[in-house]
Design a protein around this ligand. Structure first.
Ligand code: GLC
Length: 457
């Protein structure tokens, strides 16, 4: 009897817990639009095939010209930072020219900082005075940017900073310019600041950005830093922001910095920053869409006295390397306070463009090569799954030829990609019998990284 009662009680508890689970509002993730893997792949298809985009970090920090985090690094107050707002007047701003340079470099999309951490807005937001239209320049830069890039056939995306070092309601955290010296001081510092109002502000702004500027293809939220004196999904209401973004622009592609890693539908692609990944990134054992964002030098915003600029060959290699591991490259330009791309950036874009003009076929629509193909030493492989062509990028030009391992019976024809000149080949003998020898001219063709295009049997 006792046993029976216990059993009944247990079942009653189980049933009530079970039905209360059923009756409860669905978990947050379920409120996000659902889609199958195939649907997601289709939504991301243009982006996956594009492979190469331009990041643009532009704001008031172009004036101090010593890093976009200058306000944080030098612990500047709003008052101290105000001189940059008062002198912001990029009189040479010509977004058509930017768009032409991006296109000529081979880029297919561009993502611009609508608002960076400093809080300054490039557009005419109704919800703040801290915006381009109130500077001496007085124009909605975002509107002109969007129109110009679209006119050149590039897709446009917005970067939107979650941190805001200017907004009066944004609470002071460990990355804030006014951060405290010791733990106990945070509470005092934050008296009167109200994150509810700030969350509302972000929603209003995201609504503006995704309503007033036509089709926006990418939303790049940046960034979360949960933990002590940090901020994460609840501070931003990440689910709310993401739901809003997806409802206003159902095809939009969103990065992974809202702190929603394990939430289904919480991100579309991952964003390794300033690193060269060693292999195709995975989540739960599955390869995931990814894009590395990279600077020409060490800073995202225009930095006059920074000299660690990568060479054209290094940048081209970075692009090839990303595609060879199934990813994209978002390469950053930090325009100057006059609104121009500085000479160093222009030179590099031009060099990449020259290479892309004849080698784009090994980049667009390409991905990591199937495992059966082994990259020769000092080379990177990419693969076009539709045309079934294999591309060998020669990072270090060899003396007289290269071996393709285990490919003796697989190859129909080989040519240099840049000029479609034949590359002759023959199978090896003895221990190389399964391999193929490609004879290359002694002189390296006149381009940074020569590419072999291999037509398979
Ligand atoms: C970092 C930095 C930021 C930059 C971003 C680009 O999160 O905070 O300045 O915009 O990386 O990925």
């Amino acid at each position: 009897m006792k046993k029976m009662t216990a059993f009944l009680m247990a079942s009653a508890i189980f049933l009530s817990v079970f039905s209360s689970v059923l009756a409860q509002p669905a978990p947050a993730s379920a409120q996000l639009p659902r889609e199958t893997e195939v649907q997601k792949a289709r939504r991301l298809q243009w982006w996956t095939e594009a492979r190469f985009g331009m990041f643009i970090h532009w704001g008031l920090y172009a004036l101090p010209a010593r890093h976009e985090w200058v306000k944080n690094r030098e612990r500047l107050t709003n008052e101290q930072y105000q001189k940059y707002f008062e002198h912001f007047n990029p009189d040479l701003f010509n977004p058509r020219e930017w768009a032409r340079m991006a296109k000529a470099a081979g880029m297919k999309y561009a993502v611009i900082t609508a608002k960076h951490h400093e809080g300054f807005c490039l557009w005419d937001s109704k919800y703040t005075d801290y915006k381009a239209t109130n500077t001496p320049f007085g124009r909605d830069l975002l509107k002109e940017f969007v129109e110009a890039f679209r006119a050149e056939g590039l897709k446009v995306g917005f970067y939107y900073s979650l941190p805001d070092w200017h907004h009066p309601d944004y609470t002071i955290d460990r990355y804030h310019p006014l951060r405290a010296e010791n733990d106990a001081d945070y509470e005092k510092l934050n008296a009167g600041r109200d994150m509810n109002r700030y969350r509302e502000y972000m929603k209003n702004q995201v609504r503006e950005l995704l309503t007033n500027y036509g089709e926006i293809s990418i939303m790049w939220f940046d960034f979360s830093f949960p933990g002590k004196h940090g901020k994460g999904r609840d501070d931003w209401d990440s689910i709310g922001l993401l739901k809003l973004a997806r409802s206003l622009q159902p095809n939009i592609i969103v990065d992974d910095r809202l702190d929603l890693q394990e939430v289904e539908g919480g991100w579309d692609f991952t964003t390794p920053e300033q690193v060269r990944v060693t292999k195709w990134p995975e989540y739960n054992g599955k390869r995931i869409p990814w894009e590395t964002c990279q600077t020409f030098s060490g800073s995202w915003g225009y930095y006059r006295d920074e000299y660690t600029w990568k060479s054209p060959a290094q940048l081209i290699e970075l692009l090839i390397d990303s595609v060879s591991k199934g990813g994209n490259l978002l390469l950053n330009v930090g325009p100057t306070g006059r609104g121009t791309f500085d000479r160093r950036a222009q030179d590099r874009l031009k060099a990449i463009g020259e290479w892309m003009a004849v080698n784009g076929r090994s980049i667009y629509g390409c991905t990591q090569a199937p495992e059966e193909f082994v990259a020769p030493p000092n080379s990177l492989l990419t693969w076009n799954p539709s045309s079934r062509r294999l591309y060998v990028h020669l990072l270090f030009y060899p003396m007289d030829g290269i071996w393709l391992k285990k490919m003796a019976d697989k190859v129909k024809y080989v040519q240099f990609l840049h000029d479609a000149s034949e590359v002759r080949f023959r199978p090896g003998s003895d221990e190389n019998a399964a391999d193929l020898w490609l004879s290359l001219p002694v002189q390296k063709p006149p381009l940074e990284i020569p590419v072999l295009e291999i037509f398979l049997r």
